[in-house]
Design a protein around this ligand. Structure first.
Ligand code: NAP
Length: 411
């Protein structure tokens, strides 16, 4: 492959590229890019060097990190879109691409610094989080798991079907931390003859397995039968997963995610807000802590969990059995006949004193996962709660982010 290393008198360009081997074609980068520099065909996602302005908006949302690739090239001869669309893998890194910035010629180092600013976004993992493994398996080389369980979490008469699906990896290493996601590759092709896109799911099990010390992972999957506006659609991956039987084999890619991770230090607290199947990472984190109760490591767990009603709240039964002094649970039900509609943000406002006490606790880490719509509502609830308690959310939020204490994953 042609390597366009910077030659001494060429004007250098740190070109932004997407790794086709890791990219799962989820379209997040194309949707995020404000300068329309990202595009795709049926094979690859690519970046137009003439349009990319290094804003880095696309870096943090990319679930795989495929977006975070850079090569030093001659500005007059960047990799073209045609070249990138034909790649099966990135061109090899040159010493200039890989070398520490300090060792680069000044004019190149400057460009490198600008391009690196904010790479990975401003989102930081908790300082005591375990180191995550990412991108161990790709679409070209997926891990193959065997279904060892598929259980309905919702009541038979509930208006939706949410399932707890257990995947066993046997002798194939799949080290995942609570808060990470894995990608499911549905078999077959769509109407245009292209493979179905990978769908990401948060693991619902703790790092030592759904069953302790087994190499298995659980997922919380809702069978998608309608879109957010209630129009009928059939979710390819969710229906594939929900219909799996014990013994079926599933192609898995990932794991992904290097920041939505739980703290590991004794005395650390978890503040969790979720809706529906956004509860998957909260279940993983809660179960991790539950399995360690006997160690008496301290710290608090506070959970705000929204669902339409009890029958549709995944893990309602097991959650109700947890000791009250282990976790402070606040449900918000939105569609209980005869009851006022409640969202998680309403419960947060009701508990403003405890909420603000935890937000102010340097050892407390906040996790928000679920519907996109709740992000703004929860932000506003924190603002109101802070105001009631004589604090300023506008000052607190940037501090939480800078300390790796604020984590949001909404869809
Ligand atoms: P859902 O059943 O549609 O909704 C759950 C609850 O959230 C309902 O009570 C709903 O109320 C309420 N809600 C709706 N809009 C809200 C808003 N603006 N603020 C606060 N609450 C609101 O949820 P779901 O279908 O399970 O969706 C969960 C989301 O989590 C999906 O977007 C999914 O992609 C995402 N997610 C899933 C996973 C996973 O591993 N499966 C992981 C991470 C995230 P009403 O509908 O009654 O208004």
């Amino acid at each position: 492959m042609d390597v366009k290393a910077v030659v001494s008198r060429a004007e250098p360009l740190r070109q932004h590229l997407i790794d086709p081997e890791i990219c799962i074609r989820c379209n997040t980068c194309e949707e995020t890019c404000p300068s329309k520099a990202v595009s795709h065909d049926s094979r690859n996602y690519v970046v137009d060097a003439t349009l990319c302005n290094y804003c880095n908006d696309c870096i943090s949302p990319c679930p795989t990190g495929a977006i975070d690739n850079w090569r030093m090239v001659d500005k007059a001869r960047p990799y073209t879109l045609t070249e990138q669309l034909a790649w099966d893998s990135l061109p090899p890194e040159t010493p200039v691409d890989a070398g520490p910035t300090a060792e680069l010629p000044a004019h190149i180092a400057e460009i490198t610094a600008v391009a690196s600013e904010g790479q990975g976004g401003t989102v930081l993992a908790p300082w005591s989080a375990a180191h995550p493994y990412v991108n161990l398996y790709t679409m070209q080389k997926p891990a193959v798991a065997t279904v060892s369980g598929n259980y309905q979490l919702t009541a038979e008469d509930a208006s939706c079907d949410i399932r707890h699906i257990v995947l066993d990896f046997g002798g194939v290493p799949m080290p995942v931390l609570e808060g990470q996601t894995i990608g499911i590759v549905p078999p077959g092709v769509g109407s245009e003859g292209r493979p179905h896109p990978v769908r990401l799911y948060s693991v619902a099990s703790p790092r030592d397995g759904e069953r302790p010390h087994y190499n298995n992972v659980s997922l919380t999957v809702k069978r998608v039968t309608e879109d957010h506006e209630g129009r009928p659609v059939r979710g390819i991956a969710s229906n594939y997963l929900c219909d799996l039987n014990k013994g079926d084999r599933v192609n898995v890619v990932g794991p992904y995610g290097g920041t939505f991770l739980m703290p590991n230090h004794p005395g650390s607290s978890l503040f969790m807000v979720c809706t529906g199947t956004g509860s998957a990472p909260m279940r993983a984190m809660t179960e991790r802590r539950r399995r360690r109760i006997a160690l008496k490591e301290g710290g608090e767990l506070m959970l705000f969990f929204g669902a339409r009603c009890e029958a549709e709240l995944p893990y309602f039964g097991p959650l109700m059995k947890l000791p009250k002094d282990f976790i402070d649970i606040n449900f918000a039900f939105s569609r209980v006949p005869g009851k006022v509609k409640q969202y998680v943000q309403d419960r947060i406002r009701e508990r403003s004193a405890d909420v603000v006490r935890l937000l102010n606790d340097q050892n407390c880490y906040v996790y928000i996962c679920g519907l996109k719509g709740m992000e703004q509502g929860v932000d506003e609830a924190f603002r109101v709660a802070c105001r009631e308690q004589g604090e300023d959310w506008g000052t607190l939020l940037p501090a939480l982010r800078a300390q790796g204490r604020y984590h949001v994953e909404t869809y």
